[in-house]
Design a protein around this ligand. Structure first.
Ligand SMILES: Nc1nc2c(c(=O)[nH]1)N[C@H]1C(S)=C(S)[C@@H](COP(=O)(O)OP(=O)(O)OC[C@H]3O[C@@H](n4cnc5c(=O)[nH]c(N)nc54)[C@H](O)[C@@H]3O)O[C@H]1N2
Ligand SMILES: Nc1nc2c(c(=O)[nH]1)N[C@H]1C(S)=C(S)[C@@H](COP(=O)(O)OP(=O)(O)OC[C@H]3O[C@@H](n4cnc5c(=O)[nH]c(N)nc54)[C@H](O)[C@@H]3O)O[C@H]1N2
Ligand code: SF4
Ligand SMILES: [Mo]
Length: 704
C-alpha cells in the first residue's frame, strides 16, 4: 500500500512478463488500485525495454469491465447463464462428470488446453486428465500452432526446441531468411535483433504479401500460398547446382542427403517458379545471400507451417538449412518462431494427446513407468494417446465421441478451423465447462463458466521461444471471487475422489513436481526451480541438475538422434488440399495483425487496440477488388465451400492478385475460420489455416 498515489517515483513495480506472445518481453507492473496497474519498461534480453502496442496496453485486461468474477451455471442450454457459488458450480461439474463417466466410460470426458497456460497449469491439466479423469481425450490449441514445425524438428534433429539458440544470437548474423513469419507485427521487438542482417542487405522474407516485415527486407519472395515446399525444393536445387552444398558438413554431421536430393534434383528453380510464381533468379539470389554470409539463419513461422503438408514443408526448409551447413553451428542455424506465450512449455508437459511431461511419449513404456511413479499410480492405469485437437473437436457429442468438455485457455468458437461446424459440435455436448478470465465466445456457450486468475494476479513459469524458462510474478491482487486454474483442478480432482495432496495448487510446489516428472526426458527441467528463477538466473532447458547452468545452445556437439547426426527427409511437393478452381478462383490465407491477439478475446477488450483495428477486414489486390466490383472500404463476402466471412475491403497493392488475406481475430460473421479448411497434416494434425479456395463478392449482392 506504500505506493498508492504518492507520485511517479514511489512505485518501483514488479518485474514480470507480457501476457501475450512467445517473445515474453520483460516489463514492470505497478499497481493502480483498486484493480488496475501501469505497464513500464524493463531491461530484458529479448526486448531490451521495448514493447509492442499490445504489451504497453496489457494492464487494461486486469480491470476490464466484463471481467468474470463469479461462476456462472445453467441447467439447460435455453436458459441464460446465472451467477452461482463456487461450491454449487464445482459440485455440479463433478457430479455430471461422474455420471457421464459411469454411463459411457472415461473417454466420455475430454479436456482442451492452451499454449498460453503456465507450465504448472499445462502440467497439472495433463495429470488431471490422465489420473483424475483417466481419459485419453486431451489435446490443446498448440496443435493449431507449432505442431508441424515440432514434428519436422524432431524428424531432423531428434529434438524440438523452437529456437535452439538465444534470440540475441541473431544479432551477429549477416543473413536471415524469414519464411511465413511477419515478425514486424507478431513480435515487433524481435526486429531489433535483425538489424545487422538488414544493414548488410541479407534479410530475405518469404510471404505472399508485402508485409511490414517484407518492407524491411532486401529480398522479398512472394509465393502463392501453399506452394512453399516447391520453393524450398527449387532453392535446394539452386544451392547444390550453384556449388553451395557444404559437403564436409553434410558428410560428417548429417544422413539422408542422397534421398532428399533425388527429389530436389527434379526441381530446377524454373520448375519451382511455375508452381510458386517466384522467379528462378530470385530463388538463386536468396540462396546466394544465405550461402555467402559468414553467419546465417533460416527461421519459419506459421505462414509456411499451417498447411495440410506443413511437416513436409518445414522439412523442405530444414533440408535447405542442412545443405548450407547452418544447424548446430555457433552463429548460424535453423529455428521456428514459437507463437503463444508458453507455446514452447505448453508442448512439453503433457497436455498434448500423445505426450507425458518432459516431452516424453505416452506410448513409451519407460516413460509411462517413470511418470506413473511420480504420480503415485500404476503405469497401466495411464490411458493411451487420444485424438488430435481438430479430430477431438470434430468428435464432440457424436455417438462415439466425448460427451463433456473441460476447456482451459482457448476460444475455439473463433480460432478453430471450420468454426461453424466446431460450434455445432460444442453445442451438441451434454456438458461444456469453460475456465476463463472473460466471457469469451466459447464461454458464452458453456453450461458452467469458471472465473480464473490471470497472468499478473498469480505466479507461474513460462518457457519462451528460445527455450528459456521465465518466472511471471504476481504483481496485483486478483479480484474477489476468482480462483486460480490450479485450485480449480485440485477442487475438481478431490470431488472426483482423488487425494488432495496429489493435486497441489501452489505453483512452486507444482513446478517442483513437474521437474521430477520431466527428469531424464528430452525437456528436462529437474534442475530449474522458482528459487533459481527468482534469483534472476537465465535457464534454458535441458537443465537436469540444480547446479546445471542450463543449455542456451543445442546441437553444437551433435544432434539429438542416436549417433548425433541430423537427418535430411526426402519430401515431395503436394500443394494445398483445396486448389483454386473456376467456382472458387482465389486463395484465401489467414493470420494476424499487430493490434490483436489470437481469437481477440483479450485484445477486443482493450479500447486502444479496438480503436487501432475495430473490425474484420480482408486484404485484396486493387485489380482483384475491381474485378469483383469492390472498392476500398466496401463490405465484402469471402465465400468458401464451408462458409462465408464478411469483412471490409482493404485494397493493398503488395498482395498477390490471386490471394486474399483475412485476419482471424474477430467474432460472429467476421470469423476467418468460417471459411478455413480443416484438412489435416497426416503427421502433425495441423489444419490448413493458410490456404483455401474462395470467391469474393460484394456483401450486398444477392445469392452469394
Ligand atoms: N499481433 C499478434 N502477434 C502475435 C499473435 C497474434 O495473434 N497477434 N499470435 C502469436 C502466435 S500464437 C503466433 S503462432 C505467432 C504467429 O506469427 P506469424 O507466423 O508471424 O503470423 P501469421 O500472421 O499467422 O503468419 C505469418 C505470415 O504468413 C504469411 N503466409 C500466409 N500463407 C503463406 C504461405 O503459404 N507461405 C508463406 N511463406 N507465408 C504465408 C501471411 O501473409 C503472414 O504475413 O504470432 C504470435 N504473435
Ligand atoms: N484462421 C486461423 N485460425 C487460427 C490461426 C491462424 O493463423 N488462422 N492460428 C492458430 C494459432 S497459431 C493459435 S495459437 C490459436 C489460438 O487461438 P485460441 O486458442 O483461441 O487462443 P486465445 O485467443 O489466446 O484464447 C485464449 C483464451 O484463454 C483465456 N485465458 C487467458 N489466460 C488464461 C489462463 O491463465 N487460464 C485460463 N483458463 N484461460 C485463460 C483468454 O481470455 C482466451 O479466452 O488459433 C489458431 N487459429
Ligand atoms: S512482442 Fe509479444 S511479448 Fe512483447 S510486448 Fe508484444 S505481445 Fe508482448
Ligand atoms: Mo500460435
Amino acid at each position: 500500500m506504500t505506493s498508492a498515489g504518492t507520485g511517479p517515483r514511489s512505485g518501483v513495480g514488479t518485474g514480470t512478463h507480457c501476457p501475450y506472445c512467445a517473445l515474453q518481453c520483460g516489463m514492470t507492473l505497478t499497481p493502480r488500485p483498486p484493480g488496475g496497474a501501469r505497464v513500464g519498461p524493463r531491461d530484458f534480453p529479448v526486448n531490451e525495454g521495448a514493447l509492442c502496442q499490445k504489451g504497453w496496453t496489457a494492464a487494461a485486461l486486469l480491470d476490464t469491465p466484463d471481467r468474470l468474477t463469479h461462476p456462472l451455471v445453467r441447467h439447460r442450454r435455453d436458459e441464460p447463464l446465472r451467477p452461482a457459488t463456487w461450491e454449487e458450480a464445482l459440485d455440479l461439474v463433478a457430479g455430471r462428470l461422474r455420471e457421464l463417466r459411469e454411463r459411457h466410460g472415461p473417454d466420455a470426458v475430454a479436456v482442451f488446453g492452451g499454449g498460453g497456460l503456465t507450465n504448472e497449469k499445462a502440467y497439472l491439466l495433463g495429470k488431471f486428465a490422465r489420473v483424475a479423469l483417466r481419459t485419453s481425450q486431451i489435446d490443446y490449441n498448440g496443435r493449431f500452432c507449432m505442431s508441424s514445425a515440432a514434428a519436422a524438428g524432431i524428424r531432423a534433429f531428434g529434438l524440438d526446441r523452437g529456437l535452439p539458440f538465444p534470440v540475441t544470437d541473431l544479432r551477429g548474423a549477416d543473413a536471415v531468411m524469414l519464411v511465413g513469419a511477419n515478425v514486424a507485427e507478431t513480435m515487433p521487438p524481435f526486429v531489433r535483433h535483425l538489424r545487422r542482417a538488414r544493414d548488410r542487405g541479407g534479410l530475405v522474407v518469404v510471404d505472399p504479401r508485402r508485409t511490414a516485415t517484407a518492407e524491411l527486407a532486401s529480398l522479398h519472395l512472394a509465393p502463392r500460398p501453399g506452394t512453399d515446399l516447391a520453393l524450398a525444393l527449387g532453392m535446394l536445387h539452386a544451392a547444390v547446382t550453384g556449388g553451395h552444398l557444404r559437403r564436409d558438413y553434410v558428410g560428417t554431421r548429417t544422413d539422408g542427403f542422397t534421398e532428399a536430393w533425388r527429389i530436389a534434383a527434379r526441381w530446377r528453380p524454373e520448375e519451382a517458379e511455375r508452381v510458386t510464381g517466384v522467379a528462378g533468379a530470385d530463388q538463386r539470389a536468396a540462396v546466394e545471400l544465405l550461402a555467402g554470409a559468414r553467419d546465417a539463419y533460416i527461421l519459419t513461422g506459421r505462414g509456411t507451417e499451417q498447411h495440410s503438408r506443413g511437416v513436409d514443408t518445414v522439412s523442405g526448409w530444414i533440408n535447405l538449412a542442412l545443405a548450407l551447413g547452418l544447424p548446430g553451428r555457433t552463429g548460424s542455424g535453423y529455428g521456428c518462431l514459437t507463437g503463444q506465450g508458453n507455446g514452447q512449455g505448453g508442448r512439453e508437459h503433457g497436455q498434448k494427446a500423445d505426450q507425458l511431461p518432459g516431452y516424453r511419449r505416452l506410448d513409451d513404456e519407460a516413460a509411462r513407468r517413470h511418470v506413473a511413479s511420480v504420480w503415485g499410480v500404476a503405469p497401466e492405469e495411464l490411458p493411451g494417446p487420444g485424438r488430435s485437437a481438430y479430430e477431438l473437436l470434430d468428435a464432440l457429442g457424436t455417438a462415439t465421441g466425448p460427451r463433456a468438455l473441460l476447456l482451459f485457455g482457448s476460444n475455439p468458437v473463433v480460432s478453430a478451423p471450420n468454426a461453424a461446424h466446431v460450434t455445432r459440435r460444442l453445442a451438441a455436448l451434454d456438458l461444456l465447462v469453460v475456465a476463463d478470465v472473460v466471457p469469451s465466445e466459447t464461454a458464452l456457450l458453456a453450461d458452467v463458466v469458471l472465473p480464473v486468475t490471470q497472468w499478473a494476479e498469480e505466479e507461474g513459469t513460462m518457457t519462451n521461444l528460445e527455450g528459456r524458462v521465465l518466472l511471471r510474478r504476481r504483481a496485483v491482487p486478483p479480484p474477489e471471487g476468482v480462483r486460480g486454474d490450479l485450485t480449480v483442478l485440485r477442487e475438481l480432482a478431490v470431488r472426483l475422489g482423488q487425494p488432495a495432496e496429489r493435486f497441489p495448487d501452489d505453483p512452486e510446489e507444482v513446478f517442483a513436481e513437474l521437474g521430477l516428472a520431466s527428469r531424464g526426458g528430452a525437456a528436462d527441467y529437474a534442475g530449474i526451480s522458482h528459487r533459481r528463477l527468482r534469483a534472476g538466473e537465465a535457464l534454458h532447458w535441458p537443465c537436469p541438475e540444480p547446479g546445471h547452468p542450463g543449455t542456451p545452445r543445442l546441437f553444437l556437439d551433435g544432434f539429438a538422434h542416436p549417433g548425433g547426426r541430423a537427418r535430411f527427409t526426402p519430401v515431395e511437393h503436394r500443394g494445398p488440399a483445396e486448389p483454386a478452381d473456376a467456382a472458387y478462383p482465389l486463395v484465401a490465407t489467414t493470420g494476424r495483425t499487430l493490434a490483436h491477439y489470437q481469437s481477440g478475446a483479450q485484445t477486443r477488450r482493450v479500447a486502444e487496440l479496438v480503436r487501432a483495428v475495430p473490425a474484420p477486414y480482408v486484404e485484396v489486390h486493387p485489380d482483384t477488388a475491381r474485378r469483383a466490383g469492390l472498392a476500398d472500404g466496401d463490405l465484402a463476402r469471402v465465400v468458401s465451400r464451408r462458409g462465408t466471412v464478411e469483412a471490409e475491403v482493404r485494397c493493398v497493392p503488395g498482395i498477390r492478385p490471386d490471394t486474399v488475406f483475412v485476419p482471424f481475430h474477430f467474432p460472429d460473421t467476421g470469423r476467418a475460420n468460417l471459411i478455413s479448411n480443416p484438412a489435416l497434416d497426416p503427421i502433425s494434425g495441423m489444419p490448413e489455416f493458410k490456404a483455401c479456395a474462395v470467391r469474393l463478392t460484394p456483401a450486398n449482392e444477392e445469392g452469394s
